[in-house]
Ligand binder design. Structure first.
Ligand code: MYA
Length: 415
């Protein structure tokens, strides 16, 4: 999670953090040093081959029983289609999941969103893993995997996307996370899948890319009131409101909401676009229907249909991820839109994304966030996005790439 209080690299905090990040390669990683991931000692060694770090083992050699948890805890499979379980997962994450560096905001994924993010085409229910206290049956930890085909350079690799790793605040620093990671790994291996992709705000061995969040204010007064952003130098509130004002309606003719009948054309557009990146998902029509068809309060998608020949030439999308505002008298929720997949072949990308901003404003979002992945750098500054203070590191498990990627070489957005 990131906020707009980017201090242009002068604050003590920023200096300390960049120092810590540069020192993180000297930190010990008792767990990660044992895993088939890029190790710091190998950074810069271009003689190592690209691809799997270790070969698959025969399925009969994969451990058949779950890893041991501390005696007071037990594994549980979280059936997200079961209302009560979905409620428990929702509450665990609402109260214990990712916060910004200053602990002002915490992600508040909705139940609808969690079900969408987890019950994907071909999902495995037993990759939605919980830990309960044996006595009270209270859910205290969670980790998930979903299946995906990810292309790295010329190879399409079956992978798990790992997300929603969460340990209750009262159980932190007890080495529960490594057990959970090993257990999800075991269950992924049982499906004969040997690679994974994941993102995290922390630096561990070894990022394949480090991206930055950018933020575009839609409701600057609220963002300033809750401490998400600050009034710029020589700026008044009314000048700031004027600066971020957007038109009431979109600009591009033929711009409309995506519909079910558009799935084949959007799939073609997206597949063709994602070819340009080193790491990107390999999406078929089923995936596009699941991930990109508009879904109220979860994902919004728009496209440009040429008024002349009805060709679909451009596409943009964003997902809904509110954050709880911790300890503010007047506001409890920050409504944030996150840029997802965007493709411009005819409309200028900045114009397309300005229309996305207008739609987000119409839908009452407070802020529009985007990573500097894909071609996003081409519109961020023009559309008045500012750099955030949060970084997001991308990782691959059991897959080496020769050198770190630039954010613009990534064609993958994880939720
Ligand atoms: S990223 C979101 C992570 N969640 C949060 O930030 C929510 C708030 N925080 C927490 O709930 C806890 O602090 C967590 C750690 C659960 C994060 N990714 O149990 P510990 C390592 C990977 O004592 P705790 C997301 O969901 C840490 O470096 N490793 O620590 C993607 C140390 O290892 P080492 C992490 O604070 C997750 C060890 O854990 C992360 O109580 C991808 C300490 O364990 C992290 N975000 O709990 C997971 N944070 O000593 C990897 C800490 O070696 C998937 N650690 O440094 C790998 C692929 C698996 C599938 C493979 C299939 C083939």
């Amino acid at each position: 999670i990131s906020n707009s209080n980017n201090n242009n690299d002068t604050s003590l905090e920023t200096i300390v953090r960049s120092f810590q990040d540069s020192m993180s390669v000297t930190k010990q990683h008792k767990f990660w040093e044992t895993q088939p991931v890029g190790q710091y000692k190998d950074v810069g060694d271009t003689s190592l081959p690209e691809g799997p770090i270790e070969p698959p083992t025969p399925l009969s050699e994969v451990k058949q029983e779950p890893y041991n948890l501390p005696a007071a805890y037990e594994w549980t499979t979280c059936d997200m289609s079961f209302g009560e379980t979905c409620d428990e997962v929702y509450l665990l994450l609402k109260n214990n999941y990712v916060e910004d560096d200053e602990n002002m905001f915490r992600f508040n994924y909705s139940k609808e969103f969690l079900t969408w993010a987890l019950c994907v085409p071909g999902y495995y229910k037993n990759w939605h893993i919980g830990v309960r206290a044996k006595g009270s049956k209270k859910l205290v930890a969670f980790i998930t995997g979903i299946p995906a085909r990810i292309r790295v350079n010329d190879n399409v690799v079956k992978m798990a996307e790992i997300n929603f790793l969460c340990v209750h605040k009262k159980l932190r620093s007890k080495r529960l996370a490594p057990v959970m990671i090993k257990e999800v790994t075991r269950r992924v291996h049982l499906e004969n899948i040997w690679q994974a992709a994941y993102t995290a705000g922390v630096v561990i061995p070894t990022p394949v890319a480090t991206c930055q969040y950018w933020h575009r204010s839609l409701n600057p007064k609220k963002l300033i009131d809750v401490g998400f952003s600050r009034l710029g130098a020589r700026m008044t509130m009314s000048r700031t409101i004027k600066l971020y004002k957007l038109p009431d309606s979109t600009f591009t003719s033929g711009f409309r909401k995506m519909e079910l009948r558009d799935v084949p054309a959007v799939t073609r557009l997206l597949r063709n676009y994602l070819e340009k990146f080193v790491v990107a998902p390999d999406l078929d029509e089923n995936d596009v229907e699941h991930w990109l068809l508009p879904h109220e309060d979860v994902v919004n998608s728009y496209l440009v249909e040429s008024p002349e020949n009805h060709e679909i030439t451009d596409f943009c999308s964003f997902y809904t991820l509110p954050s709880s505002i911790l300890g503010n008298q007047s506001y409890s929720t920050l409504k944030a839109a996150y840029s997802y997949y965007n493709v411009a072949t005819k409309t200028p990308l900045a114009q397309l994304m300005n229309d996305a901003l207008i739609m987000a404003k119409q839908k009452d979002f407070d802020v529009f966030n985007a990573l500097d992945v894909m071609h996003n750098e081409g519109f961020l500054k023009d559309l008045k996005f500012g750099p955030g203070d949060g970084q997001l590191h991308y990782y691959l498990y059991n897959y080496r790439i020769r050198k770190a990627l630039k954010p613009s070489e990534l064609g993958l957005v994880l939720l």
